[in-house]
Design a protein around this ligand. Structure first.
Ligand code: ADP
Ligand code: ZN
Length: 524
């Protein structure tokens, strides 16, 4: 490893050693190569571009979408004595002009720029001049998942960032993100023309977090109170689906003697800020919040994150639970879900004003999360699998490992499902395949002649709801996958082979598929 880098790490940043892949990433950039970095929040991404920017000739340009975060970073760097500045809409003309002058005079090591600003003609010309003068050390694209339509933070301007490569091909680029599911990763590489970049994928595992999922039983907040009883006096976050649910839950908790505060975007800014401050400074506060709470909040001793409603996606869920146990001490992630949540969320998606394509995408994400809830698989293995990370399972720190759920031999049912996906050409979503299995004569069935298939009507012993659960569990355990380019058409993965050939059995969760009609109203 580069001695100069280690030296800078120690003298300027005060850290004794590199963490994880930092050294290799920095090496790659210093040599002038491109890198794509996937590292969980708190993993230490910033140093991966800050150090090479300081070590290479010229100034490093950092594209960052959040103005507040940009200012915090620059502030912190200035305190360490690093020559950093930012350009965004909050600066007045004179200050911006001064930053530009310092860039051209070679007085900056790092310049943070908002994407829309960077893409302006003025900024492009500025970089041209800096490039011709002292040089540009690198381009860092932070929060690179913003380029992905599949993700939840899509930013149009990110799509245009390929201009960096086209206009200044000799400047190395590094893209960084904490969102690491496979579709997003592929999209980042493609959209930012980083297919040839070296990929650095850190483990996303958080071994100290215990994952638990419980079905709502219609007892209101009883289950939550029971959960909180195991965390008395500890700080934690309770996520709820809507502002109303947040207020109601906080109220109920307070009545039950829990030290709870509320937080959502509809509250007056000063109340919100005061509650946030108390959560950070005092011990043992339970923050009941919508997902508006949490971004950029760094409290190391959050002992639990509870979801009293189903989150919107696996990525979102993982990010939210990741706020627990940053100090490495045992922490718990508890999810309470009901099929009522699913109905609510899917209605909300369907009634929203997003494009049809977007709605389908959201519905699929919800389905994937439900599959996770219903799975009998090790939770850690399932979650990491979603981020394309292999885990051997049997983690010993999730509900499914600690108390294996009641399950049934679903091998035969799985084989029927898998072969029906295969027979229908791996071109359809679960809905149609289930119709074929159950022998439901729809227009679509007639149109494709699917009533002639050998799998037509072989699954009448399960109702639609039960079949849906089977399909979600097959997706959750990776035997089936949804093709994002083809409206979520299901296809068989390599893991399906052994089950189809009868070489492997499959357990399905007993309590998941509730027969239609007999279900009490659950949830919100
Ligand atoms: P990310 O951007 O990946 O969320 P940061 O770059 O903000 O993470 O780093 C998270 C924390 O880890 C910061 O407090 C940072 O100072 C610290 N950190 C980063 N690298 C190291 C290291 N090599 N040794 C010790 N602490 C580090
Ligand atoms: Zn486990």
């Amino acid at each position: 490893m580069n001695d100069a880098a280690l030296d800078l790490l120690r003298t300027t940043f005060g850290h004794p050693d590199f963490r994880g892949e930092q050294a290799a990433i920095i090496d790659c950039l210093v040599k002038g190569d491109d890198a794509l970095v996937l590292m969980p929040t708190g993993g230490g991404k910033s140093l991966c571009y800050q150090l090479p920017a300081m070590l290479r000739e010229g100034c490093g340009i950092v594209v960052s979408p959040l103005i507040a975060l940009m200012q915090d970073q620059v502030e912190a760097l200035l305190q360490l004595g690093v020559r950093a500045a930012y350009l965004n809409s909050t600066l007045d003309a004179a200050t911006a002009a001064d930053v530009e002058r310092r860039l051209l005079d070679g007085e900056l090591d790092l310049l943070y720029v908002a994407p829309e600003r960077l893409l302006s003609g003025r900024c492009m010309n500025l970089i041209d001049r800096a490039h011709a003068g002292g040089g540009i050390a690198l381009f860092a694209i932070d929060e690179a998942h913003c380029v992905s339509q599949w993700g939840h933070d899509f930013r149009r301007e990110y799509r245009e960032l390929t201009v960096l490569h086209e206009r200044w091909p000799d400047v190395p680029r590094i893209a960084l993100t904490a969102t690491a599911d496979e579709p997003t990763r592929l999209e980042i590489a493609e959209r930012l023309a980083l297919e040839d970049a070296r990929q650095f994928v850190s483990s996303f595992d958080r071994p100290n977090i215990r994952y638990r999922v419980a079905q709502k039983d219609g007892s209101g907040q009883r289950a939550l109170l029971d959960f909180l009883a195991g965390h008395r006096g500890e700080s934690g976050i309770v996520y709820a689906f809507s502002r109303k649910r947040v207020e109601k839950t906080a109220e109920q908790l307070c009545e039950a003697g829990v030290n709870a505060l509320a937080y959502h975007a509809g509250m007056p800014a000063e109340v919100r800020a005061a509650n946030q401050r108390r959560f950070l400074q005092e011990d043992g506060i339970v923050m009941v919040a919508t997902i508006a709470f949490g971004m950029g909040i760094d409290k190391p001793d959050v002992r639990f994150v509870a979801h009293v409603d189903l989150p919107k996606s696996v990525e979102g869920y993982y990010q939210e639970t990741g706020r627990a146990g940053r100090d490495g001490q045992p922490a718990e992630a508890w999810l309470n879900y009901g099929l009522g949540d699913v109905v609510n969320l899917s209605m909300l998606i369907k009634q929203g004003d997003a494009s049809e394509e977007r709605k389908l995408l959201e519905l699929r994400k919800l389905d994937a999360l439900l599959g996770y809830c219903e799975s009998t698989q090790c939770r850690r293995q399932a979650l990491l699998g979603w981020f394309a990370e292999e885990h051997p399972g049997n983690c010993g720190n999730c509900d499914n490992c600690l108390q294996p759920p009641e399950s049934w031999d679903g091998t035969e049912v799985a084989r029927k499902a898998l072969s029906c996906v295969f027979r229908t050409g791996q071109r359809f979503g679960a809905g149609h395949v289930i119709d074929v299995l159950r022998g439901v004569p729809t227009d679509k069935v007639a149109q494709h002649g699917h009533e002639k298939l050998s799998t037509w009507g072989i699954g009448t012993h399960l109702d639609t709801r039960q079949w849906s659960s089977v399909f979600r569990q097959l997706v959750a355990s990776g035997l089936l996958a949804a093709n994002h380019e083809r409206h979520g058409a299901l296809y068989l993965t390599s893991k399906a082979g052994p089950v189809l050939k009868g070489e492997q059995t499959l357990r399905l969760r007993r309590d998941a598929p509730k027969p239609a009609g007999r279900r009490g109203r659950t949830g919100s």
